[in-house]
Design a protein around this ligand. Structure first.
Ligand SMILES: [Zn+2]
Length: 359
């Protein structure tokens, strides 16, 4: 493509300085930014969302629109010697099929750690479906939010939640589902860094693999696949190695368990829609990973075991509903668009937004 045409294309959702960095990457973060920009430019769904976000922001930066706190909060909690060992690693969220984190071994830019950029949204809707709110949240709203979560995994839900939040939640419920997400993300970031710190990454477990497939397009990189034993070890290390205080420790511990319950749902969705042969699975089964944490880490002093066991039993019930729903309405799940908590002009939905007028 002509350089000026290419520039004009990236300018729709990047700052001027970012366009230069994308066209001539000088470090791992420029490379990471160019990967994201390439994927956004390739797909109208993403182009449209990012273009609108850029238009609505005064001081837009594509790079800054991807949060990095989950990596940074983990890294600053590490003992100095360990955080120094992580300094050579670049990190950031990425568009990917992996409902997890993964690490690339890049010949030019070195080791790069990624997390799926849609995870916080998946977590939010999933938490609303599996947390215990007594009768404060109607069952049909929970079912609809789980449908949204499933569609995020299937990449059929429009990722424009900041423009169109899909419904209205009372503040106390919103806080309850949002609060653990920071720690869930931090735990997953820690898991990837743990592979590095435990020397699980080496040349023998790198291979060229696809990390994203959308329609005809396939994006691949040289990705590490640690052994299942190493996966369990990295989960423990992500919780135990950082110098968390008592409160942070219990938040991370609880978040890890909540995450694996959500991951169990995500795994079930992928098994139904796109079965992956067992030998190709990069991570062990989510329920075994919970067992591993419970058996091999120190239980937090103020652990809210009752809350976790309620979430666990809700997860089982909601998963059962979802599996049946998927088998009945698979076509609807795969149709690209937006679905909502409820019908327009209701308590849980609010007034209907008109696409391209209201947002
Ligand atoms: Zn891993």
């Amino acid at each position: 493509m002509d350089k000026d045409v290419e520039k004009g294309w990236f300018r729709m959702f990047c700052s001027e300085e970012e366009v230069d960095r994308i066209l001539q990457p000088k470090n791992a973060y420029d490379y990471l930014l160019s990967k994201r920009a390439e994927i956004i430019a390739d797909h109208a769904r993403y182009t449209r969302v990012f273009r609108r976000k850029a238009m609505l922001s005064d001081n837009w930066s594509l790079e800054k629109s991807f949060k990095k706190n989950h990596y940074k909060d983990y890294l600053i909690s590490l003992p100095v010697v360990d955080s120094e060992r992580c300094q050579s690693i670049a990190y950031g969220d990425m568009f990917t099929n992996e409902v997890n984190g993964f690490a690339e071994s890049n010949k030019t830019w070195g080791r790069i750690i990624y997390l799926n950029e849609s995870l916080p949204f998946f977590m939010k809707f999933c938490n609303l479906a599996i947390f215990d709110f007594g009768n404060q949240v109607p069952h049909y709203v929970k079912k609809n939010t789980l449908r949204i979560a499933a569609r995020i995994i299937l990449k059929s839900e429009a990722m424009d939640f900041s423009l169109d939040p899909r419904g209205i939640l009372p503040a106390h419920i919103m806080n309850k589902i949002i609060n653990p997400i920071k720690f869930e993300m931090q735990f997953i970031a820690g898991h990837e860094f743990a592979h590095h710190l435990c020397n699980h990454f080496d040349n023998t477990n790198v291979s060229k693999q696809s990390f994203l497939t959308i329609g005809e397009n396939d994006y691949s990189a040289h990705i590490y696949t640690p052994s299942q034993k190493n996966e369990f070890e990295a989960d423990i290390d992500s919780i135990m190695r950082p110098r968390y205080n008592g409160k942070e420790y219990s938040k991370i511990y609880e978040a890890a368990i909540i995450w694996f319950l959500s991951l169990d749902i995500a795994d079930a969705i992928q098994e139904v829609t796109n079965p992956i042969p067992a030998y190709k699975k990069s991570h062990p089964n989510a329920v075994d990973r919970i067992k591993n944490i419970v058996e091999n880490t120190k239980k937090p002093k103020n652990l809210n075991a009752k809350m976790l066991s309620r979430i666990q039993s809700n997860t089982e019930k909601m998963k059962e509903f979802l599996m049946e729903d998927l088998s009945l309405y698979m076509d609807d799940y795969e149709k690209y668009g937006s679905i909502y908590f409820d019908k327009p002009n209701t308590e849980w939905r609010g007034a209907e937004l008109v696409d391209r007028v209201d947002y």
